[in-house]
Design a protein around this ligand. Sequence first.
Ligand code: ZN
Ligand code: ZN
Length: 134
Amino acid sequence: MRTIATGGCRCGAARYEIDLSGAHTLACHCRDCQQHLGAPFSLFSVVPSRQFRWTKAPSGKAAFSDVADRLFCERCGTYLKWEGRNSENEAEINSMTLDNPALVCVDEEIYTRSRLSWIKPLEGVPQYEAGRET
Ligand SMILES: [Zn+2]
Ligand SMILES: [Zn+2]
């Protein structure tokens, strides 16, 4: 079953379409996400890259390491998509940029070693101290 959803940045300059069937959603508590989003953790949803397309591509690209780029809107600053140098076959989007973020829920929590002490693990959700065990 196809579950076509749409999303974009705060100002609307960047927009995308995504097929959320089989999407895997992670809560990431790593320091990169905390600093980049200015939030305690990030939520991102992973689908095969063929299930994602920009209808209006964002202009900003930041590389924090040799591992990945982060795509963002230069006009409003919204961070939209993570692009791993070795995972071109996957699209990883910032779940909160979906027009309806309630379409996804958290399947796993990762980098829990840097989770803030006042945030409790989600009940019944697998927890990983670092990245996914894949
Ligand atoms: Zn924008
Ligand atoms: Zn992270």
